[in-house]
Design a protein around this ligand. Structure first.
Ligand code: ADP
Length: 167
C-alpha cells in the first residue's frame, strides 16, 4: 500500500438492499462509524429483485435512521462494488454476519471481491445478539400480516410499512 494512502480519510462502503433498513443494519453502521472516518451506505440497484420500497423511499428511511451519525452518507449504486470503491477511494467493504448461515455466501463474495480488487478489504461485523435473527424479508412478512414490527425497525420505517400494506 502506498504511504500516501495512510494519510487519506478512511472510507468504507456498506452495501445492501435495505428494503427496508432494520435495527440490525443500524447496529452494523454504528459499529462501522467507530472504525472509519466515513461510511458510505450504498443501496444496491438490483434489477433481478422486485423491492417493496422504491430507491427514494429506502434512501429517505436510511437518512432518517442515521441522522445521529455525521460521518454517514447514503448513495445508490449499480454495477460492481469494486468499481464504485475505486471511484470514491474506499478502502473497505462492510458486511454484517448474523449467523453461520450467512457465512458461505459472504465468504464467496469476499474472496471474489479480493480477486477483483486486492486492496479492498472486506470487514465483517457482528450485530448485538438481539439482532442476529433479524432480516428485511422477515420484517416485510410480519408487517404484511399486520404484526407489530416496532421492535425491529425505527418508527419512520414502521409507519411506512403500515402505509404500504394498507393500500
Ligand atoms: P437483508 O439480508 O436483511 O435482506 P441486505 O441485503 O440489505 O439485508 O444486507 C446488507 C448487509 O447487512 C449484509 O451484509 C447483511 O448480512 C447485513 N445485515 C442485514 N441484517 C442484519 C442484521 N440483523 N444484523 C447484522 N447484519 C445484518
Amino acid at each position: 500500500m502506498p504511504d500516501t494512502a495512510k494519510m487519506l480519510p478512511k472510507i468504507a462502503i456498506y452495501p445492501g438492499s435495505f428494503d427496508p433498513i432494520t435495527f440490525g443494519h443500524i447496529d452494523i453502521v454504528e459499529r462501522a462509524t467507530v472504525l472509519f472516518d466515513k461510511v458510505v451506505i450504498s443501496i444496491a440497484v438490483n434489477l433481478d429483485k422486485k423491492p417493496l420500497f422504491t430507491l427514494d423511499e429506502r434512501r429517505e428511511m436510511i437518512q432518517e435512521a442515521t441522522v445521529h451519525l455525521p460521518n454517514v452518507e447514503v448513495v445508490e449504486t449499480e454495477g460492481l462494488m469494486v468499481d464504485f470503491a475505486r471511484r470514491i477511494g474506499a478502502i473497505a467493504l462492510i458486511r454484517g454476519l448474523r449467523a453461520v448461515s450467512d457465512f458461505e455466501f459472504e465468504f464467496q463474495m469476499a474472496l471474489m471481491n479480493r480477486k477483483l480488487e486486492s486492496h479492498l478489504i472486506t470487514v465483517f461485523l457482528m450485530p448485538h445478539d438481539s439482532y442476529t435473527y433479524l432480516n428485511s424479508t422477515i420484517v416485510r412478512e410480519v408487517a404484511g400480516f399486520g404484526g407489530d414490527i416496532s421492535q425491529f425497525v425505527p418508527p419512520g420505517v414502521a409507519r411506512r410499512l403500515k402505509e404500504k400494506f394498507r393500500s
